[in-house]
Design a protein. Structure first.
Length: 126
């Protein structure tokens, strides 16, 4: 298993692994990604896959979804620019548009993530 290419830096890969380690329910998503990509971890794709998992499980596992988003909030607040960009672009921006199933996740965003959500903050850019 390789830990990525030029598309994913060390800090972004560490953030993905930390999320999967802290939330074992995400591990099958990560494992499938690694299988599909010949063992290579592409952080932006995995974070988007994690958000799709959150959308699919928000009703069945609301506590887990809230915990994952809380960790993303912490990683966003403390992380270097590459981690902040990863979470903003491949995480927050992947939450479905308002009115679509899964858009309710927006209500669980902390202030840092809400600040980069284009629906909650139209002037947001990352």
């Amino acid at each position: 298993m390789t830990q990525g290419s030029g598309l994913s830096g060390g800090a972004t890969l560490s953030a993905v692994w930390a999320l999967a380690d802290a939330h074992p329910v995400l591990r099958p998503v990560l494992d499938e990604h690694l299988t599909d990509n010949d063992g290579e971890l592409l952080a932006h794709l995995v974070i988007a896959d994690f958000v799709r998992w959150l959308v699919a499980h928000q009703e069945a596992e609301p506590g887990v979804c809230a915990d994952v988003l809380a960790q993303l909030e912490s990683e966003f607040a403390a992380g270097p620019d590459e981690v902040r960009g990863l979470i903003a672009v491949s995480g927050v921006e992947m939450i479905p548009d308002p009115g679509q199933p899964g858009s309710e996740l927006r209500a669980l965003l902390g202030p840092g993530l809400a600040s980069v959500d284009p629906w909650l903050n139209p002037s947001a850019s990352y």
